[in-house]
Design a protein around this ligand. Structure first.
Ligand SMILES: [Zn+2]
Length: 538
């Protein structure tokens, strides 16, 4: 018999505290549904009354299949009855399955921030729990600053946790609010608390200020806690919350946890984890963290020739878990360290069927090595690699050609007397025998060129409407006047929510960027099976 661990997601409440993160109501509903479908037990949706979105979220029933939708709020004010505290009364009216109230557990904060006595604070915690239960909701208490409070005054911190438990809270959650506690301290403190409150009523909520949020959570589980709080992708204020995207596969796949515990997440649902992680990035319009554990694009990427051939013989040689288990995939990087095996594996991944002894494989390998010797790098530019391979196989039509381009950069004072820099680009493109000239403006030369190139691509215009340039990185490869510039461009397709990377190299930064832009557009046309120009002309 395995013991049950309960997963509590606070992406939509604590995660929404991060810099630059705002969720709309539609975003929140989509994320809540996704978490519910994944098998999370509690979805903390927000703080009704704190902002219009959260108030709207809890204004009506939001049926989830299995997860308990949880509203967050403060304990009722000390020295007032529940009915005399309008904020608390509103919290009880929220359409939620569970209510999590945050209560102080550090005596210093009780006196300084609340300005009430320690006894009044204990009463406020207990009264709040009772009121939540009387309102027919499951009751949770976040013990704010629990670990710092315990270090300062263990008796009082424990009294706060006990007050919540004895009043009937389903979960008493120990919070490392400032994120500064280390794993050995969490182990010792949770083990002490578990002597007074059974572990199957204890939760753990950690922050990542020492990069130990995940380690602290695992330490708390080993010491007895059975509810795990965290966020997708570790989203959260400052350095983030405990990362559920890392914790979930660790709990499901690692010996010591997998054989002792079970969660609401099945192996089948675990295979959706990578796409769930990417969905959050899409909603936040952020580039996914490539080196994220388990779900990052590099998490199962192998570059060195020896690693690659070993991984192909047995993936366990350089992989701690199978990438498919979390819905990720193995990536064998194409680079000048590569041999035929990398090239073949990469061709297979992008769906090019080719025989091992096909002479094109050797030609492609030679071409990659030649290009990398002059500055190209394909390991970060999968779309350019695919184009290179398909060009060699004669599969890429000449959709359009560029006769010429010109870019002007002007620094001047505007009518208000402010110093501004503007760029203007002109591009002459030949599409299906027709010459099109377009002008674009931008805050820099690459932006202006991108605007000009995409303003009018004749009959292909519809194919490129949904793409946008989201990032470009410039790298100067050699010093002095012989410097070579490598530009890596990231393109995002708003229709398919996909991203791809292209590369350009030239002694001239604008020229290198232009090459990467052309690859990006050509890749989109090829992927969407845009007809070749002669078909269009007919
Ligand atoms: Zn927090």
């Amino acid at each position: 018999m395995k013991e049950r661990l309960y997963l509590f997601d606070t992406t939509l409440r604590d995660g929404a505290q991060s810099l630059g993160v705002t969720f709309s109501l539609a975003d929140k509903l989509l994320i809540a549904k996704t978490l519910d479908d994944l098998g999370i037990d509690y979805v903390e949706g927000g703080y009704p009354g704190a902002n219009p979105t959260d108030t709207a979220l809890f204004a009506e029933k939001r049926p989830l299949a299995r997860a308990a939708l949880t509203a967050f709020g403060m304990t009722k004010r000390a020295g007032r009855s529940v009915s005399n505290d309008p904020g608390f009364a509103d919290l009880l009216k929220a359409e939620a399955d569970a209510v999590c109230v945050v209560g102080k557990s550090w005596d210093y904060h009780v006196e300084l921030a609340l300005g009430v006595t320690r006894e009044e604070n204990l009463e406020a915690i207990a009264d709040s729990v009772r009121a939540v239960r009387e309102a027919g909701r499951e009751s949770l208490v976040d013990c704010e600053h629990f670990f710092d409070g315990y270090k300062a005054n263990p008796t009082y911190a424990l009294a706060c946790a006990r007050a919540a438990h004895e009043a009937g809270a389903r979960w008493v959650v120990l919070c490392d609010t400032n994120g500064g506690t280390l794993p050995h301290e969490v182990s010792a403190i949770v083990a002490e608390v578990a002597k007074a409150i059974p572990g199957d009523h204890l939760g753990i909520h950690t922050h990542n200020d020492t990069e130990n949020a995940v380690a602290n959570t695992l330490a708390a589980i080993q010491a007895g806690a059975r509810q795990i709080q965290g966020t997708l992708n570790g989203l959260g204020e400052r350095c983030g919350n405990a990362n559920l995207t890392t914790l979930i596969p660790t709990l499901l796949l690692k010996p010591g946890f997998a054989d002792r515990f079970e969660t609401g997440i099945t192996p089948d649902k675990l295979r959706k984890l990578t796409s769930v992680s990417r969905l959050l990035d899409e909603i936040l319009n952020r580039a996914p963290d490539r080196s994220a554990a388990y779900v990052g694009e590099s998490a199962f990427a192998h570059k060195g020739g020896i690693h690659v051939s070993a991984v192909q013989k047995d993936p366990r040689t350089y992989e701690h878990v199978p990438p498919e288990a979390v819905g990720n995939s193995r990536k064998l990087l194409v680079s000048n360290q590569a041999g035929r095996s990398n090239i073949l594996a990469e061709l297979e991944r992008i769906g090019i069927a080719i025989r091992r002894d096909d002479p094109h494989v050797g030609q492609l390998l030679e071409e990659v090595k030649r290009r990398e010797s002059v500055g190209y790098a394909y390991e970060g530019a999968d779309a350019s690699f695919e184009l290179l391979a398909r060009r060699l196989l004669g599969e890429v039509p000449q959709f359009f050609s560029v006769d010429s381009f010109r870019v002007m950069v002007e620094r001047r004072h505007n009518a208000l007397g402010e110093l501004i820099t503007v760029s203007e680009a002109t591009v002459k493109v030949r599409v299906a025998g027709e010459v099109v000239m377009s002008v674009g403006e931008g805050n820099g030369p690459v932006h202006a060129l991108d605007q000009a190139l995409r303003r009018d691509l004749g009959k292909y215009q519809d194919y490129i409407r949904s793409i946008e340039l989201v990032d470009f990185k410039v790298r100067i490869l050699t010093g002095g006047t012989d410097a070579i510039t490598r530009v890596l461009i990231e393109t995002h397709d708003k229709d398919t929510h996909s991203r791809w990377f292209t590369v350009g190299v030239s002694p001239n930064i604008v020229d290198a960027s232009f090459e990467a832009l052309l690859d990006s557009i050509t890749y989109k046309l090829l992927r969407d099976k845009a007809p070749a120009p002669d078909v269009l002309a007919a």
